[in-house]
Design a protein around this ligand. Structure first.
Ligand code: BDR
Ligand code: CA
Length: 308
């Protein structure tokens, strides 16, 4: 099993990715750390706790940064709703957050982990950057970071930038320059990891609560994406989660990625040196393709496995 921390900002697609992770036999989830992003930190943290309790999964939930390193927070209620979970309504949580913050939790788990801790980052990279600033020696202890963020092509929050990198470009720069092995799962592949109404009908027939919640939530987005000429609903964070569970889903290229922190209209763009014109040493395994069929099969298998 891979020992992982999931750093996230639930977030509809973060929530769905967490349902996959809880069901996967490949992951040993050491902690969930939360960050401000899709909605404010209080909500992303409460959502993470609600999700663990909903499926009865026993794991620490540690709160992280309430805003980006130097910028004001930008949120996305227009996509994820006021609660952050769209139309998913979950009971209020009973449990408490872990006593340590996200940075100290990541450090603690990295130090205690014998087989090398990996991070799956599904939100702005603020928590990971702060951990690297606070504990520089952690670079040697972190085995790998899977990042849902950026794109080799265009953005979604702006024409140039993907949301997670846009929100905290300075944090992204720190993480990409850290020297830790990184896989960047950007929009250029997550947009290909779409789910259709037909797939969702199948998921709704599984007759378990997480599958029903996920199926209904995604079904409500089908028309919206159809109008944007998508073939289905893109599953950004679930695609990144899936590739951490099964590396064989991705085709990647080792490339140099820089983050635009100065531009006005290009803030947060991932500048991917596809042709090696900068001569800079590659710092990321950049996803260039995903096996959609295998991804959807894994997605369905994990959701089907719930017995609640
Ligand atoms: C990313 O931004 C967020 O809105 C989603 O949760 C995902 O992590 C997609 O750009
Ligand atoms: Ca997210």
């Amino acid at each position: 099993k891979k020992s992982v921390i999931i750093d996230c900002d639930p977030g509809v697609d973060d929530a769905i990715a967490l349902f996959m992770a809880f069901a996967s036999e490949k992951l040993d989830i050491k902690a969930i750390t939360t960050v401000a992003g899709n909605v404010r930190l209080e909500k992303t943290s409460k959502n993470a706790l609600k999700l663990t309790e909903y499926v009865g999964y026993d794991v620490k939930v540690a709160k992280g940064a309430s805003k980006p390193i130097i910028r004001e927070l930008v949120t996305a209620e227009f996509v994820h709703g006021q609660s952050g979970l769209g139309n998913m309504v979950l009971p209020e949580p009973d449990g408490a957050f872990y006593t340590k913050n996200a940075y100290d939790t990541i450090y603690e788990e990295a130090t205690n982990c014998e087989n090398g801790l990996e991070i799956i980052a599904l939100g702005p990279l603020t928590n990971i950057a702060i951990t690297l600033l606070k504990y520089p020696e952690i670079k040697e202890k972190l085995k790998h970071i899977t990042i849902m963020g950026g794109s080799t092509e265009l953005g979604n929050h702006t024409p140039a930038a993907e949301f997670n990198i846009y929100v905290d470009p300075e944090a992204a720069k720190i993480v990409f320059e850290s020297g830790i092995p990184i896989t960047m799962v950007g929009l250029n592949v997550t947009n290909k990891a779409y789910i259709t109404a037909k797939d969702l009908e199948e998921i709704l027939s599984y007759n378990n609560r997480p599958a029903e919640l996920v199926g209904k939530s995604l079904m409500s987005l089908v028309d919206f994406f159809k109008n944007l000429d998508f073939k289905g609903v893109p599953l950004h964070d679930p695609a990144a989660m899936a590739t951490a569970i099964d590396e064989g889903l991705l085709e990647t290229k080792l490339l140099h990625v820089d983050i635009e922190t100065k531009g006005n209209i290009t803030r947060g763009k991932t500048v991917v040196d596809i042709y090696g014109v900068t001569g800079k040493k590659p710092n990321a395994n950049v996803a260039v393709d995903i096996d959609r069929e295998k991804f959807i099969n894994l997605f369905k298998r994990l959701l089907k496995s719930y017995g609640i």
